[in-house]
Ligand binder design. Structure first.
Ligand code: PLP
Length: 351
């Protein structure tokens, strides 16, 4: 039976089994307004999402303060990364990015015949924009920066990033992936590069409903870019979000109470984790997303195994930092359990 009352639905309940802090999913659930919108739409999924996808474009355009024809809704933001890689990759052409970083775009760029140039982070595990700049050559067609960076969670100074993008040669597109940016100190207002899209810079911005909005399984995301860039990507577009995704995303954008609750839960639990890591003397990168990247000093495969034996799933290896671990922020209870188990495992390793 489907529960329609707000009091009956709690999407964060019922997670028996191991604690999953491996995939940067939202442990706090998702908007109940979105859930209601999905339920109301269920009888009509025999029809295509004509009006619903238009309504989503309009809601996004209003949120981002860009014209509707700058918006490209997709099934999760991953397809924006992939479409851009497919559109720009060519033999002899390269994309410049960082390592460790989020690899979906660079892997696709490589699969479609392009080359990838990965630059190390600085000693705070932040972007070194000078090093990124130095890696650009006459064959560079794209720079991909994920802000906050995944897996490190660090953000780049917004003014420095704006200057960097404005100074890029005109024919190089800056791809800025803002999947987790709502969770940074100061949020989107302080950090987003959307003003540069409005200014007409050569930039593609990607955002998702999978993270702070908690709808990873529904697959809704979008790109924002100038219409001429959009035209370049068009032939790789495989289709937008489905009807339920469209209505849920529109409802999520209206549900400011859920948004604020999600952001504040993330920030408070993230702080609980880093406060404890400070007490334990564990090194970590200053986290601005929905995860913390920490130095365990234990080879990650081994660490994953030790945690899994204790019913905790942690993040995968992120070369070259193979004795660090990315831990997604779960609920307060989940993270308390994680911290207890973590301490025990580290002691067992003589750390
Ligand atoms: N970008 C970053 C930085 C991510 O970490 C992820 C997913 O983890 C994505 C994009 C793609 O997510 P989705 O396709 O669910 O929007």
């Amino acid at each position: 039976q489907v529960a329609f009352s707000q009091h009956e639905v709690d999407s964060s309940e019922g997670s028996a089994g191991p604690i999953k802090i491996s995939g940067n999913e939202n442990a706090f659930g998702y908007s109940q307004m979105a859930m209601m919108a999905i339920m109301q739409e269920l009888p009509d999924i025999n029809r295509y999402a004509w009006e619903e996808s238009q309504a989503l474009i309009e809601a996004i355009a209003m949120r981002e303060m860009v014209p509707g024809d700058y918006v490209v809704p997709t099934a999760g933001s991953g397809p924006v990364l992939q479409m851009a890689a497919m559109a720009y990759a060519a033999p002899g052409k390269n994309v410049v990015s960082v390592e460790p970083g989020y690899t979906q775009l660079v892997r696709t760029f490589d699969a479609f015949g392009g080359e990838t140039k990965l630059v190390p982070l600085n000693d705070k595990l932040e972007y070194d924009l000078d090093a990124v700049k130095a890696a650009i050559d006459e064959n560079t067609v794209m720079v991909y920066l994920c802000n906050p960076n995944n897996p490190t969670g660090t953000v780049v100074d917004p003014d420095a990033l704006k200057t960097f993008i404005r100074e890029l040669p005109e024919d190089i597109v800056a791809f800025v992936d803002e999947a987790y940016l709502e969770l940074a100190d100061g949020g989107l207002a302080a950090h987003s590069m959307v003003p540069l899209v409005r200014e007409g810079e050569n930039i593609i911005l990607a955002r998702t409903f999978s993270k702070v909005y908690g709808m990873a399984g529904l697959r809704v995301g979008y790109g924002i870019m100038k219409p001429d860039t959009k035209a370049k990507l068009r032939k790789y577009h495989m289709g937008g979000p489905n009807k339920l995704g469209c209505v849920a995303a529109v409802a999520s954008l209206q549900d400011t109470a859920f948004f604020e609750q999600s952001v504040s839960s993330y920030r408070s639990v993230r702080k609980m984790v880093t406060d404890r890591l400070d007490e334990l003397g564990i090194e970590y990168a200053y986290p601005q997303g929905s995860f913390v990247f920490m130095k365990t000093g234990v080879p990650i495969k081994e660490f994953q195994g030790l945690m899994e034996e204790r019913q905790i799933m942690v993040g995968r290896p992120f070369p070259p930092m193979l004795d660090w671990c990315r831990v997604s922020i779960g609920t307060e209870d989940e993270m308390s359990t994680f911290l207890t188990v973590f301490e025990e495992v580290m002691k067992g390793q003589g750390k």
